[in-house]
Write a protein that binds this ligand. Structure first.
Ligand code: ATP
Ligand code: MG
Length: 656
């Protein structure tokens, strides 16, 4: 036992597997090694070039970055552009109007094919309709829709008018919706009667009615898309049908150019660690960085690729890598409304084969779910078109990475593990598929143009092999501009822990090559006998056991060690044949001790059926810590399924 508490995170595990880029990627990749050189030679010149090459500016900017009043950044000062024009009209004008923008597949199997020319008309109609309802530059629009094309059209129509959208997950309650409408003072809500989830029509409109009943007074109109055909309550004078106001509007609309710093959207964080924050993004810098990262990280060939990001538009990945990045780049993409298990557990693979998906971007939570369901389901479908895989949302456990590459990626495709946040707006740390030799479980290097470091408690950079806090050391174009309506909270949350640098809230370590390994939230770090252990490494050790599909580890108060790791695990379908008669608890505790050392051995291992997750698929460890320490649960409003916590608590009580 050490007497001195360690100042940084312990470095428990070493991953030795390496995967150099396949030849076809290295040969003519969209992003080659020269990007790193260009960006380090002159970072701001690099970002100025990205903005001018990738976007259409109605008026050029005069200064790349104004950082005279930190942490309040202004990018592309004096520039004017229209985000919707950049995502839609200019592709039509360039002669690509017939290219498919969106292959839409509804959960019940209904489909729509939307070309860029179709999208231009639809966005123009929606913009005309919203303008007729009084929406204009500087307003806010709340969007509460299922994952249907109208969600994308609505976001672009707002951008076209210079109004900021605030998308709220379709699964959130009336209260959650009301607090977000109030915070943003939205004047219009766009919603639907309902959407399809898990084989049935889930109502949405009642939550809007509930949110507006006795509150949310800023709202003047509600536009309702007819998706499921279910009955809805109607408030005359406030509610209008999409098909009455949008379908009948003119399909011509002249976009106006707005200032580069005009607000594009407000989005509330997932709420994994606490009360969500209204993150403000603006136009020019955001659009530059999402277009740049989407093209380079995903090696995008807009003429031939079929890209699929499985994220809901209700979270940031849907904003940056379903709407703005792919559409700014003129990509063809698949949009799927429903859940992966409806009507059967191979739905995703069936869709990937049907549309010939070439690039798949999803979250570790989904990959681990497929590991649990078994790889036979994937093997039934022809996925030979897939050439690149991406991961986002949490650290991907090395074993899940290996499984993803082997089962979905024919043991050949690169995987880009992309670290970023709602606040960063776009990918920050990631391999480049034609350049980087991949290390399973590591997001590896800041992208060209991005500056990051891992620092200790005093803010000193840690040496290779050390662990600490991830910080961003220079402003970046897609950075959040503030927390909506709360500049002080913006400064306190992100810029006060290490003055002059952005503190992301995540722990990280550097390996001997200087690659970055994300170690989970610093709020989740546990202190065991003076050792500071990260959740990610212990979870990855558990997932490396062949019986385990998914694991969550928390530090629970302990009389002798201060805190002790407590693990919650979900077993794979075939676990019985792997563990046999041994007690899984003992087998898994020993496995962790063997993999990374006795200090990390969980005090308890609890086998559960489900883990509490946010709507974006992240494990809410703070709730598990509440359970492990027998406390009342904290804020559960962003939980996908509020029943899960009850099940876990009763399961624990039964085990004593
Ligand atoms: P809140 O800030 O309200 O607690 P949240 O942080 O979960 O919610 P997001 O902005 O959606 O909301 O998530 C960003 C976080 O997700 C990052 O800070 C990091 O913890 C995690 N993350 C995202 N991508 C990766 C990745 N590739 N590897 C490791 N962690 C990741
Ligand atoms: Mg966060």
């Amino acid at each position: 036992m050490t007497t001195e508490p360690s100042k940084t995170l312990e470095n428990l595990s070493v991953e030795s597997r390496r995967f150099p880029p396949p030849e076809e990627f290295a040969r003519d990749a969209v992003a080659g090694p020269e990007l790193y050189e260009q960006a380090s030679a002159d970072r701001l010149a690099f970002w100025a070039a990205q903005a001018r090459e990738r976007l259409h500016w109605e008026e050029d900017f005069s200064e790349t970055l104004d950082w005279t009043d930190p942490p309040f950044a202004k990018w592309y000062v004096g520039g004017k552009l229209n985000a919707a024009y950049n995502c839609v009209d200019r592709h039509v004008e360039a002669g690509n109007g017939d290219r498919v923008a969106i292959h839409f597949e509804g959960e019940p199997g209904d489909t729509r094919t939307i070309t860029y020319a179709d999208l231009q008309k639809e966005v123009s109609r929606a913009a005309n309709a919203f303008a007729a309802l009084g929406v204009g530059e500087g307003d806010r629009v709340a969007v509460y829709l299922p994952m249907i094309p109208e969600a994308i059209v609505t976001m672009l129509a707002c951008a076209r008018l210079g109004a900021a959208h605030s998308v709220v997950f379709g699964g959130f309650s009336a209260d959650a919706l009301r607090s977000r409408i109030d915070d943003a003072q939205a004047t219009l809500v766009v919603t639907a009667d309902g959407g399809y989830r898990r084989g049935s029509a889930a109502a949405l409109k009642p939550a809007v009615d509930g949110a507006l009943d006795g509150g949310a007074d800023s709202v003047r109109s509600v536009v309702v898309v007819r998706r499921t055909g279910q009955d809805v309550e109607w408030t005359e004078g406030r509610d209008v049908w999409w098909h009455d106001v949008v379908d009948t509007a003119s399909d011509e609309h002249t976009p106006q150019a707005f200032d580069a710093e005009n607000p594009l959207f407000i989005l509330y964080t997932s709420g994994t660690t606490g009360k969500p924050k209204g993150i403000l993004h603006t136009t020019g810098g955001y659009l530059t960085q999402v277009a740049y990262t989407h093209a380079t990280v995903f090696d995008l060939r807009p003429e031939t690729d079929v890209y699929w990001c499985t994220a809901d538009v209700g979270w940031v990945t849907g904003h940056s890598y379903v709407v703005y990045g792919p559409l700014a780049n003129g990509a063809t993409q698949l949009v799927y409304e429903g859940t992966p298990d409806t009507p059967h557990k191979a739905r995703w693979w069936e869709l990937a084969a049907k549309y010939g998906v070439t690039i798949l971007y999803t979250a570790p939570t989904a990959i681990r779910t497929f590991m649990k369901w078994g790889e036979e389901l994937v093997a039934e479908h022809d996925l030979s078109s897939i050439r690149l895989l991406g991961s986002v949302g949490e650290s991907i456990n090395p074993e899940a990475w290996i499984w993803y590459r082997r089962v979905v990626g024919h043991d050949r495709t690169p995987i880009v593990d992309t670290w970023w946040q709602t606040e960063t707006g776009a990918i920050m740390i990631s391999p480049l598929p034609g350049v980087t030799t991949l290390r399973p479980g590591s997001a590896q290097k800041p992208l060209p143009g991005i500056s990051a470091a891992v620092v200790d408690d005093e803010g000193k950079e840690v040496p290779h092999g050390g662990g600490g806090y991830l910080v961003l050391t220079e402003p970046w174009p897609a950075m959040l501009r503030t927390i909506w309506g709360d500049d002080q909270r913006f400064k306190d949350t992100y810029w006060s822990r290490f003055p002059g640098r952005y503190f992301a809230g995540d722990g990280a370590k550097l390996d001997d090559d200087g690659d970055v390994w994300l170690l989970g939230r610093v709020d989740d770090v546990m202190n065991v006998s003076g050792h500071r252990l990260s959740t990610t490494e212990i979870e990855s050790a558990l997932v490396s056991h062949p019986a385990v599909a998914e694991a969550a580890v928390v530090g629970a108060a302990d009389d002798t060690t201060g805190q002790a790791p407590v693990a919650f695990v979900i077993l794979r379908g075939n676990s019985a044949s792997v563990i046999g008669d041994t007690d899984p608890q003992e087998a898994l505790r020993d496995h962790v001790a063997k993999q990374i050392g006795a200090i990390a051995k969980p005090k308890r291992v609890l086998v559960v059926q489900e883990l509490p997750k946010t709507r974006s698929g992240k494990i809410m460890r703070r709730l598990l810590r509440d359970v492990a320490e027998n406390r009342e649960l904290g804020d559960v409003t962003t939980l996908t399924d509020s029943g899960v916590m009850g099940l876990i608590q009763t399961g624990l009580a039964a085990k004593g």
